[in-house]
Design a protein around this ligand. Structure first.
Ligand code: S3P
Length: 179
């Protein structure tokens, strides 16, 4: 890893249902960092749900809001940032996060993702006649981006608490320059 980077924050990337929000909260608690979720912030600022933004303005508009927010994140310190699943598929977003954060990807298999999201309804991209296939297709396209994370953690067989411990461990290693 490039030693000139200032790892003042920790960013969690990964597919929908990978556990970024639940793990992110636990990690923030353990590190005594603030917690920030890009989807939550976009919803709070626009006063609209992600679904309604997608429906009324389209995905491209949502991606612009994400892009703007990522630029602002460079000013954050001691923050765990949970990102929307599509955010790191814009190369400039990933590059920007890497300037100030250790980027950790929470990985999950398509089967595990489907198991975790099947009873949820708030994700517009999974409102599809065949959501299970959609997960496979999207994940295949996104995998090369997710693999650019500094650390990749497979969450399939781990609880959120176990994953959080791994993330904290990796963050401390990276901060002490032993990675
Ligand atoms: C998206 C993931 C969602 C949210 C939006 C689009 C994606 O966030 O940003 O629905 O493109 O994968 P989560 O990954 O937190 O579900």
């Amino acid at each position: 890893m490039n030693n000139t980077r200032h790892l003042v924050n920790l960013a969690l990337i990964g597919f929908m249902g990978a556990g970024k929000s639940s793990v992110g909260r636990l990690v923030a608690e353990q590190l005594h960092f603030d917690y920030l979720d890009t989807d939550d912030l976009i919803q709070a600022r626009t006063g609209r749900t992600i679904s309604s933004i997608f429906k009324e303005e389209g995905e491209a508009f949502f991606r612009k809001l994400e892009r703007q927010l990522v630029k602002e994140l460079t000013a954050r310190k001691r923050t765990v940032i949970a990102t929307g699943g599509g955010l790191p598929t814009v190369a400039a977003n990933l590059a920007s996060l890497k300037t100030h954060a250790l980027v950790v990807c929470l990985w999950a298999s398509p089967a595990k993702i489907w198991e975790r999201v099947r009873n949820q309804t708030h994700r517009p991209l999974l409102r599809d006649p065949n959501p299970s296939l959609k997960i496979r297709e999207l994940l295949a396209v996104r995998e090369p981006f997710y693999r650019q994370a500094d650390v990749l953690i497979n969450t399939d067989l781990r609880s959120a608490r176990e994953v959080a411990q791994q993330v904290v461990h990796q963050f401390r290693l990276a901060q002490s320059g032993r990675q």
